[in-house]
Every structure is written in C-alpha cells, then in structure tokens.
Write a protein that binds this ligand. Structure first.
Ligand code: ATP
Length: 305
C-alpha cells in the first residue's frame, strides 16, 4: 500500500541558514507519527511545507500520492490541520466560528458543529466569544476546526500546546480513537517525547533540521537504558563483592551502587541472593529505566555537530 504521507529529501534554506535538511519519511494509513524536536528544530517549517504554506528549497512532499502544490486546493478536502496559534474570529462565538468553517469546508451535515464541539468538550463554551477563550480552549477550537469535516488525514503542529493535563489526555484518547477505529492518519509534532510516546506508532526525532532517528513504538522500550540500583549499609563492601563477582558497578551521584551488567539486569534476584550470602543484605535494589526525555536529550546530544 502506498504511504498516505511522503516527504522526499525535503529541505528549506533561509539565506545561509538550513531550517530543514534532507528529511525523508513515510507514513502509512492509520499511523500516528510523532515528530519530536526541540524549539527551532524545524518541525513547523516541515509541517508548513507539507501543507503547501512554505515552498521547499529542495525535495518534495506528497499526500495520498499527490505532490503538494501551493495552488492545488482540491487535495485538502481530506486533510485537517493545525499550525501555530489557531486563527478564529474573536468577536464571534465558538459555535459561530465553527459554523462558518463548516460552510467554508462545504460540510453538508448541519449537525457536524454540534458533534465536533462534543468531541472537543467545547459544548459548554458554544456561546462564548472566541476572543475570550482560555489558551487551552482556543487550542480545542483549533483542533475542532481541523476535525470538523472528518478528514482522513490530520497534520497537527504541537496540538497539546496550552492544554491542561486533563485536556492532554482527552485529546490523546481522541486521536487514538480516530487512528485505531476510523483509520485516520495523523502526523503530529511535539517537543515532549513522553507525550507522543504514549500514542505514536512511529516517532521521528528532528534536530537542527535533520531527521536523526525513527523509532517504531514496539521497539522503543528496548532503546531506553536500564540499570540496577543497589544500596546497602556497607556500601564499600557491597561494591567490592560485586566487582569480585565480575559485575562492573559504580557509585552514582546519589551515592548508590549502579550496574548496567546484562546479567544483573536480567536476574536482579540473583544479585540480591549473592549479596545476602556474602553477608551484605541490600537495603534497596531496584531496576530503573531511563526516562523518555533523558533518552531524547541523549539522542540529540550524541549527534550534535
Ligand atoms: P518551535 O517548537 O519553537 O515552534 P520548530 O521546531 O517548529 O520550533 P521552526 O519554526 O520550523 O522550528 O524553525 C526552524 C528554524 O528555522 C528556526 O531556527 C527558525 O528561526 C528558522 N526559521 C523559520 N522560519 C524562518 C523564516 N521565515 N526566515 C528565517 N528563518 C526562519
């Protein structure tokens, strides 16, 4: 099956500055692709090129096999998008804004506005002026506009910007439902790996305009570094015993013993047994996993030029 979204060697230069460099990726139907990068890494520029809002300096992108052309308006019927601060008519209410959008989009179902307000929990704000909404509800309105015409493809730049923790979870569950149950293909950017890792089927890490790494969700756990952290009343003796037994261990910044030896990670119970039999029962023994943001920073700093 052809990819729904395809970027081929996509690049954007501004004078001497390379905002996006040689980015190629493919997204299949029903996938949620999480596009992760720090501020200024090139996410918005990539998304704008994909939406035909910025002309690439080199390379191309296509949606459903059709090359993106700035002037080709018909191809956007299947696409919902959200880029930067979503625009709304500030003097009109939420409902009126969505109603205008429904007509612009040519959506014949008059109930679509009501449905999308329910989906985004905006019904309670239907009669509030868009200009008076909180940041989170402005974002919800932006997402509502992206979903109103029930597109098969969603392209969203930092969709959880401004949302509170409950909002982040609700929107995440909504995207998951759309992708899993309705086969919607989602390309979304974020600067938080921990956030997209919860729903993305593939994660792409962009740094200084380059796509550094692509990770499939099922392989992701294996990439996180693990370590066994041990504490004992007699730390130095415990360290000596572990070293004597062939486990390379170090004291970490908290003064606890830490090892990344494969056997220790696989059989922490054996380590515990060994220390007990050596007369140094551990007071703490825990298998810890690198957190996602540390992993993300490790990936981008390792590759920094
Ligand atoms: P953020 O998370 O802060 O939105 P981002 O990953 O979306 O960041 P971009 O907005 O794509 O990053 O910007 C990438 C780089 O390109 C930045 O250094 C930015 O300053 C630069 N840039 C973007 N647009 C232009 C422009 N029109 N002219 C010159 N430089 C630009």
């Amino acid at each position: 099956m052809d990819p729904v979204i395809q970027l081929s060697q996509l690049s954007k230069r501004y004078k001497n500055f390379s905002a996006v460099e040689d980015v190629s990726l493919e997204i299949e139907k029903g996938e949620i692709y999480g596009f992760i990068g720090l501020n200024g890494s090139g996410k918005t520029t990539t998304i704008k090129m994909l939406l035909g809002m910025v002309r690439p300096s080199h390379g191309s992108c296509s949606i459903q096999g059709r090359k993106i052309e700035l002037s080709n308006h018909s191809m956007w019927a299947n696409v919902g998008s959200l880029v930067e601060t979503p625009y709304a008519y500030p003097e009109l209410t939420v409902k009126e804004n969505l109603e205008i959008f429904r007509q612009l989009r040519g959506v014949s179902d008059a109930d679509a506005v009501h449905q999308v307000m329910e989906q985004l929990k905006l019904t309670g704000y239907a009669d509030k002026k868009a200009g008076k909404l909180s940041l989170g509800n402005t974002q919800r309105l932006g997402i509502a506009k992206a979903l109103l015409h029930k597109p098969e493809i969603l392209i969203l730049d930092e969709p959880s910007n401004g949302l509170d923790p409950t909002g982040i979870i609700e929107v995440r569950e909504l995207f998951q439902h759309l992708a899993k149950d309705l086969g919607v293909t989602i390309f979304m950017s974020s600067h938080l790996l921990s956030e997209v890792a919860k729903i993305a089927t593939t994660i792409g890490v962009i740094h200084q305009g380059k796509l550094l790494q692509e990770i499939k969700a099922d392989g992701f756990k294996d990439l996180l570094r693990k370590r066994l952290v041990i504490d004992a009343r007699e730390k130095d003796r415990a360290m000596t015993e572990l070293n004597n037994a062939g486990y390379s261990a170090v004291f970490n910044k908290d003064g606890r013993i830490e090892t990344t030896a494969d056997y220790a990670l696989q059989y922490p119970d054996e380590i515990s047994r060994y220390l007990v039999s050596s007369g140094i029962p551990p007071t703490h023994l825990a298998l810890e996993e690198e957190d996602l943001e540390s992993y993300f920073l490790r990936v981008i700093t390792q590759r920094k030029e």
